[in-house]
Design a protein around this ligand. Structure first.
Ligand code: DP6
Length: 324
């Protein structure tokens, strides 16, 4: 029995300057460059085994065999590696998400980054990190950034081989996030569908792209200066602008829930007390609060007056992919 095996870990990331819209859906080329922070406490571990004796691809997530749709997405992704390595074997893929169960945080970012890194070993392709981010991108846009740790920029580039992530700051300083799980249910409309609808129907879309460009320029300066107030203000504003653009879509996209706004109010109060903390939201109701890691426990205790302890996750800046 000839088997080729690879195992890897990748951490999830939260965008501070959001990716929202593709100019090429097949190649996953974004309309704008984006920037994120990789987190330490949320990650995925994946094993890929290419085996000549297997009759099709099998995909297990947290021990459960997955349906045709998600298996096909994994198969199409593995085809990139099979084609490049000129191999025909099917694979057994086993993934485990290390996120609090039922938190609604299982992410395609860590998922496809870990799958890319494991398939890279199993196929013997030996891609470097930049190439890996190009491959991961074709699984899911946000996965492009999860190849690296700390603050990461995904440069939109001009074509398939020119759109990849770059590590811009290792994040090894007093920075972190407090995540509030407002609602653990699956999102109603996936990022993939939501961004497509926004791009095609929101009259604000052009302004979103223009303003994301400026936000990116400014946040990079703020990161270099480790100026948490500026980083936070820019990130919070960028997230609001993305959600405003979504509200302009037809039909409109509203991902917030009443508790989302409750978290915003708590953050505002803490800020008035002089504590630098800022929020960002993605395609769902959960809120991620950017702060100094050394302030995270204070923020947690304020949140615990309204939310249950299991709804709150503290994360520091995390590392890039690891081979296991
Ligand atoms: C709001 O990376 O999940 O989290 O490329 O279609 O797989 P696909 O989308 P995905 O979108 C992430 C959108 C976001 C912002 C971000 O992470 O930049």
């Amino acid at each position: 029995m000839m088997v080729k095996i690879g195992r890897a870990r990748a951490h999830t990331n939260i965008a501070l300057i959001k990716y929202w819209g593709k100019r090429d859906e097949r190649l996953v080329l974004p309309m704008n460059s984006s920037l994120s922070l990789t987190l330490d406490s949320l990650y995925t571990e994946t094993e890929v085994v290419f085996n000549r004796d297997v009759d099709m691809d099998y995909f297990y997530l947290d021990g459960k065999i997955q349906d045709v749709e998600s298996t096909n997405r994994v198969s199409r992704f593995l085809d990139l590696f099979r084609n490049a390595a000129d191999m025909g074997e099917f694979a057994i893929v086993k993934s485990k998400n290390y996120v609090p169960t039922g938190a609604g945080l299982a992410s395609s970012a860590s998922g496809f980054a870990a799958l890319a890194a494991a398939a890279n070993i199993a196929s013997g392709l030996n891609l470097d990190d930049r190439e890996l981010s190009i491959y991961a991108r074709q699984g899911s846009g946000s996965a492009t950034r999860s190849i690296y740790g700390g603050f990461v920029e995904w440069r939109k580039g001009i074509d398939c081989w020119d759109s990849y992530a770059v590590a811009i700051d290792d994040g090894k300083w007093d920075i972190g996030m407090v995540i509030v799980i407002v609602n653990p249910r699956e999102k109603r409309i996936s990022s993939r569908e939501g961004m497509k609808r926004t791009l095609h129907t929101s009259p604000f879309y052009g302004s979103w792209v223009e303003s994301a460009k400026e936000d990116l320029r400014n946040i990079k300066i703020a990161i270099e200066e480790r100026d948490i107030e500026s980083i936070g203000r820019i990130a919070e504003s960028n997230s609001f602008k993305m959600h405003a653009t979504m509200l302009g879509a037809n039909p409109p996209l509203l991902y917030w829930e009443p508790e989302t706004i409750e978290v915003m109010e708590i953050v505002h109060e803490l800020r008035e007390q002089g504590l630098p903390c800022y929020f960002t939201m993605d395609a769902g109701p959960n809120v991620k609060i950017l702060c100094r890691l050394s302030d995270a426990e204070r923020i947690r205790s304020s949140l615990e007056q309204v939310f249950k302890p299991e709804q709150i996750i503290v994360a520091g800046s995390g590392p890039g992919i690891a081979i296991l």
